[in-house]
Design a binder for this molecule. Sequence first.
Ligand code: SER
Length: 498
Amino acid sequence: MTPEEIRSRYLEFFKKRGHTIVPSASLVPQNDPTTLFTGSGMQPMIPYLLGKDHPEGTRIADSQKAFRSGDIEEVGDNRHTTFFEMLGNWSLGDYFKKEQLAWCFEFLTDPKEGIGLNPQNLYVTTFIGDEKNDLPRDTESEALWKDLFAGKGITAKSVLIGSEADGYARGMKEGERIFFYDSKKNWWSRAGVPEKMPVGEPGGPDSEVFYDFKTPHDKRFGEHCHPNCDCGRFLEICNSVFMQYLKQPDGSFGLLPKQNVDYGGGLERMVMAQTNSPDIIVVNHRPILDYLEKASGKIYGADEVDTRSFRIVADHMKAAVFLIADGVVPSNADQGYFVRRLIRRAVRHADKLGIANAGFAEIVGPVATMYAAAYPEVRAKADEIRKIIATEEEKFRKTLATGLREFEKHAKSGVVDAFLLFSSYGFPLELTLELAAEKGLRVDETKYKSEMEQHRQESRAGSEQKFKGGLADSHEKTIRLHTAHHLLLRALQIVLGE
Ligand code: SER
């Protein structure tokens, strides 16, 4: 199945079960200053999980665009991407564990309405409990999973694991299918484990499903394999969070006004499981790879170093296109900095593949085509996005040559000033690190980070002084547009009323 097929089957499945399908929210969170990007399906749902009535009712489902900036450096292997879609369904004080786990399992295993995975290849995890925070073990989910597997003729044994380290030490035995892990693995909140949650933050135990690719265990990750092992044999494909707690001012956990379900399934990962392909890029970025293969004359998968570059370009450009479609433009601050980083890193790797003159910005085409049905706005804005990317590429190329000369000077002196290379030549840290590594030089990242932080604060303070709401930057053009916006708004108010 293709990503489109799985997405539409998922939405159809939950529509049939009384859910209202809502469109994906923007990658840039609205009215949430705590985070730069929407990195999970539940972020836009926070007010409703906390108890506010959702205008569409108590059963909601969607496919939410998500971007995880923290994973930029991981991209290049066979399983990481920065951009992904999270299939979500929510019960806002409606159904709970019984219906949720049954539907989750039905969707994964049913060949007609779902994606028809072999239940023999599925393993699940649940919350072991947390005595010091007085949070009980989730034996309810354990019992439900036993019944669900029994329905498929599988006797599912459960086992108490504990931490990830315990998992590596113990491994798994024949017949074991339900694994209890601690709060690092089977508790979900935006802040992570219960101790880290601030007062007023919702969270709860969760139950994850893993797909078994049956690849041999790699001992570099730990002695024995277990569902949460990182060797690549098992892939987490979805997570049912039972959002039922709220962190109290005294540090304890009280119940939320409603017992909610927050389910998130990785669309791209479901495609991997459904096609039994351990490579996330090959099954989710095919049209982009086709374009890159044609432009470079190289074949994806033929050479290890090139494959990494293919993956970086494919992921970063998909992410950049979606971010630009949501209104982010390359800049030196906040969200714009990440778009700049994505494009510049992609340009470097596209160069490595040898597509420099074949039209880098044309990659927008295959991305827009892939998502024409689900996200028509990408295609509608394709020309604009192409221009923004081409301009950024051009800017980067102009500074690249002078920046490289400057870098050579640094390299000769033995001290590489990453912040100077960034602020004067637009070299993202990652590029400087890559160049330094090629020469066996060290970069003082702590110094870079503190200088970068100071730079961010200065530019923010600068714009706050001018405008209470703050602007993305304090360039003259931005300020003029901002003022024009105010004048236009005022004119509209005079004509149409407040
Ligand atoms: N909040 C959970 C996650 O992001 C499920 O949606 O994994």
